[in-house]
Design a protein around this ligand. Sequence first.
Ligand code: FAD
Length: 507
Amino acid sequence: MRRRFAAHHGAWDIVIVGGGATGVGIAIDAASRGYGALLLEQSDFGKGTSSRSTKLVHGGVRYLEQGNLRLVMEALRERGLLLQNAPHLVRNLAFVVPSYDWWEAPFYGAGLKLYNLLAGKYRFGPSEILSREETLQRLPSIRTEGLRGGVVYYDGQFDDTRLLIHLVATAFEQGAALLNYAPVTEVARDGVKFRDFESGEDLAASARVVVNATGPFSDSIRRMADPAAEPAIAPSQGVHLVFDASFLPGDSAIMVPHTSDGRVMFAIPWHGHTLVGTTDTPIEDVPLEPVALEHEIEFILQTAALYLERKPARADILSVFAGIRPLSRPGTAAGQTSALSRDHTIRVEPSGILTITGGKWTTYRRMAEHCVDEAAKLASLPAAACVTRDLPIHGAHSDEAPPGHLSVYGADARSILDFGAPQPLDPELPYTEAEVIWAARREMARTVEDVLARRTRALFLNARAAMCMAPRVAELLARELGRDPAWQRAQVEAFCDLARRYLPAAL
Ligand SMILES: Cc1cc2nc3c(=O)[nH]c(=O)nc-3n(C[C@H](O)[C@H](O)[C@H](O)COP(=O)(O)OP(=O)(O)OC[C@H]3O[C@@H](n4cnc5c(N)ncnc54)[C@H](O)[C@@H]3O)c2cc1C
């Protein structure tokens, strides 16, 4: 990547600030149209919101309820395209809405029929009303008292950062240059200044157009270009708790359409664990490493207890993570962020840069298409049509995927197996030494956190197990990256400090 950056002469067609789903999607779109694209990420790819989602590729059942059919249809089409272009990374998952009241099954059954119909040719499967017995077969751990039945429907599930890393690889294959650990420090209409942490150099890149794709951080970039810029983001925090698989045995997820605060909540089988969330808490500041609030943890535990026969306790939490939604702020300030649109907004700033905010993971491709159309107009780039609708994502393959946890690597899995050492680094998780070496050599991992949080999902699945893996990961990385024992020790210490924040405080 650095060689590609250094070899580029003159202005880039597009410089993108931010290496989450939005920015990397834009890099793929721009490069595959033939535009020269540079992306700069201040930390690691996916360090922001894009590693902290509910891991659903979905139309958004809730937007259906809000009557936003256009948004639902667009997202359902994108769900279908993502399954088509990244079959190794998206899977079709059954979701059951349990019913404890007579009206619930027919009511949600009708809504979910419409949800399936709106997907058109990209349908994932018809919804069905379930008897009590059928509901229990699919959800053996559901609370039985008062259970009448349920409704099953189908939606997509994925691993957010695994997809992101494959998107980075796709963008590179299309000709883009993408640097992680390259914070942008100054922004203007015709280019940016940034620091390259790898070399310690302060560098500049000139651009025909600069795109601010920094999600919840976008106001800080807007203010770099125009210190008087009014806030455009209404940040809202969402928290997830992770438990072991025994809380949700089987292969179906639970969808609770109305929690006591009127939100949707999910319990989902994910990488051999149970993921439960989320919350929606308006916040003021946007830290890079948000922390779950005590009342958010309690709320999820209490809601889960209403639906599970065995109530999860604080001591059962293996990991807790928080993310910040980059919701577009409407004209007037709002306290209730769940009512704000998840639709994206693209604006040309008075400073001349383009800012894209809002949207969701599922619609990253459509957002990128829209943004590059606008960027090309703004910079008078030669017209070129978007080609990403049918562009396979790195690792997509027609052969049968290897079994087990390596299947998410798609076509890369065979090469990882060639790196040897299939035994896990920790008995609680399946990740191996070969994946650490692969991450360092082929996926731009620079730190223990990159490996344990985003190339593998150890930190998000089981923070204690991740801490146990850290010393060996640091040793392997030091060997791969040519670092000394002091670096190794500092990496383990920094990672363990971070991982402790993924465990709930003892009360
Ligand atoms: C709790 C929660 C659950 C969600 N669940 C789902 C879901 O199930 N399905 C779905 O479709 N969507 C979901 N979403 C929405 C989705 O995750 C986001 O819309 C998406 O990840 C936003 O991506 P982004 O690239 O815009 O922002 P980010 O991922 O935050 O990326 C912005 C990047 O900009 C970088 N940056 C900031 N400042 C600078 C700088 N000065 N220089 C360089 N880089 C900089 C940051 O480090 C960051 O990596 C969820 C969101 C939340 C919060």
